[in-house]
Design a protein around this ligand. Structure first.
Ligand code: MSP
Length: 517
């Protein structure tokens, strides 16, 4: 059984509204997943929902629903969202599924039996909104807590704690020895800085069932449910465990006959936002080590989007609704903009004007114009039949194919788009310089016109293959307009000369209609 390339995203809170930030992360994952499949790798792309916790319990209550009904309704909307984004996820995990619950409980039982947990009373200030006890560091100079924490009340509780102190040094050593574990590098440094300058506090892994019952019961004490983050992080391994993955410790596996034996664990990439880095770089590795499971290979950490330089917030109406953008501009324009605009790492800023400018300049006038005029001329001057092969743009195109592949293998998605667009620009300039519309008027230039038309059509074919991970629908349309069947989803076909002379192309049609700026 070959190990698949196993890629995950954060699982979104089911009670939130799907927004730009969620869409961005899932699209990054999808581009990586599609690229690797087009290279011939076996990939498993997992995304899903985080469904337990106090906020869900309260919201369900307010709507007069059971938490499960409430989650089921929202989950359907989230899955529709994933489809709209044209994600090719292999599974959609929900933390309320029994296969997930079983693994969380098996892990908790093992850790408890091995003495990783202890029970203790704690008194402090609790934020129900953040579902956490606050510390002195959360206080403002005047002693009050930030309104972002919502209502803060004094609470005394007995809970289970996970001993973390013994894990601090090996984790530091591990991160230092594996520079690819946290990417980009400045995020790795942030984690190391945190670990070296603080003593890790033990992690509270329970919540009393009297206060919160919408959670996974602790298998060793029914008076408690599991802390949502312990529950949520485990999703990454519960899906492989449910399929008896050989990389997962046996006691976590479903056992019995599970037909679809998959080798997934350890994950190759967890894609996450910067705000949840500590959970993934500190708690998750420690949980895994205690469970006896190997660690994931990489945390790929992206930044946060703002809109018009302001935090996105439903209450002020300052949000980008991906569904509305997609309805107006198409899913590929949306996928293109988010990946082209923001590199994986820094924070980004959405402006409607910036979106339209990229749409018009890069999609309509750049890619769309190139494909449309190349194929229209081929139709008009050569009855749509591909002429003899010519290699004038070959070296440039093959260089860009190779560089794009190399960049995508390093998850440099934005850089890959930039370099792909350099080929588009080059090819558009080639049309301007060779002026096929003039060549067409001079019968003595027929052979030259053949050359130009071949170079353009073949460049369009290679572009379709390179663009497929990013803009799957558009790439497929280019492929069809070239008269080729299927999807341009195989990197192996990205060698110059694949377009056979005599091939009848399809019907050229604009890919991105120009819109008023
Ligand atoms: N449920 C937890 C994650 C558990 S993973 C085991 C969670 N959910 S979330 O819905 O709040 O966020 C999901 C992902 O979306 C996170 O990676 C988060 O960083 C990302 N984003 C949420 N808002 C964002 C932006 N404004 N911009 C970019 N990404 C953002 O955290």
């Amino acid at each position: 059984m070959n190990k698949r390339f196993y890629l995950t995203t954060a699982i979104d809170y089911v009670n939130g509204q799907p927004h730009l930030g969620h869409a961005y992360e899932k699209i990054i994952g999808d581009v990586i997943a599609r690229f690797r499949r087009s290279e011939g790798q076996e990939v498993y792309y997992l995304t899903g929902l985080d469904e337990h916790g106090q906020k869900v319990q309260q919201a369900a209550l307010a709507e007069g629903k059971t938490p499960q009904d409430y989650c089921d309704n929202l989950a359907a909307a989230w899955q529709a969202f994933a489809q709209k984004l044209e994600l090719t996820n292999d599974e959609f995990v929900r933390t309320t599924q029994s296969r997930h619950r079983r693994v969380v409980q098996a892990a908790l039982s093992r850790l408890h039996a091995e003495g990783h947990f202890y029970q203790e009373k704690y008194e402090g200030f609790y934020s129900a909104k953040e579902e956490t006890f606050l510390t002195e560091k959360d206080r403002r100079p005047d002693g009050t807590f930030d309104p972002a924490f919502g209502e803060v009340s004094r609470l005394q509780e007995e809970n289970y704690y996970f001993r973390l102190k013994d894990h601090q040094q090996w984790l530091i050593d591990y991160i230092e020895a594996h520079p690819e574990f946290v990417v980009p590098e400045y995020r790795k440094n942030e984690v190391l800085g945190f670990l070296k300058n603080n003593v890790l506090e033990d992690l509270c892994i329970s919540r009393p069932a009297t206060r919160l019952n919408w959670g996974i019961p602790l298998p060793f004490d029914p008076n408690y449910v599991t802390y949502v983050w312990f529950d949520a992080l485990t999703n990454y391994i519960s899906v492989p465990a449910a399929q008896n993955d050989p990389g997962v410790p046996g006691y976590l596996s479903a056992g019995g006959e599970v037909p679809t034996g998959l080798a997934l664990w350890p994950a190759d990439i967890h894609i996450i936002g910067k705000d949840i880095l500590k959970f993934h770089s500190v708690y998750w590795p420690i949980m895994l080590k205690a469970m006896g499971a190997p660690l994931p290979r990489q945390l790929l950490v992206h930044g946060w989007w703002q809109k018009d330089d302001q935090k996105m917030s439903k209450s002020t109406g300052n949000v980008v609704d991906p569904m509305a953008v997609i309805a107006e501009w198409g899913v590929d324009a949306f996928r293109f903009y988010v990946v082209r605009e923001l590199d994986i790492g820094p924070d980004g800023n959405w402006t409607d004007a910036g979106f339209k400018a990229r749409y018009n300049a890069e999609l309509a006038n750049g890619l769309g114009n190139l494909v449309n005029r190349s194929l229209s001329m081929l139709k008009r001057y050569r009855q749509g039949l591909v002429p003899q092969r010519s290699d004038e743009l070959r070296a440039e195109a093959e260089r860009i194919v190779a560089e794009t592949r190399e960049l995508l293998e390093r998850n440099r998605l934005q850089s890959a788009l930039i370099i792909i667009w350099s080929l588009i620009t080059k090819a558009n300039q080639y049309v301007d310089h060779t002026a096929p519309f003039k060549l067409a008027k001079d019968p003595a230039q027929a052979a030259r016109l053949d050359e130009v038309l071949y170079n353009l059509a073949e460049t369009c074919r290679l572009l379709a293959i390179m663009l497929w991970p990013f803009l799957p629908g558009t790439a497929t349309r280019i492929h069809q307009q070239l008269g080729l069947s299927g999807e341009p989803n195989s990197w192996a076909a990205a060698t110059w000369g694949g377009l056979p002379p005599g091939q009848a192309i399809g019907t050229p049609a604009p890919l991105f209609p120009r819109k008023e700026a």
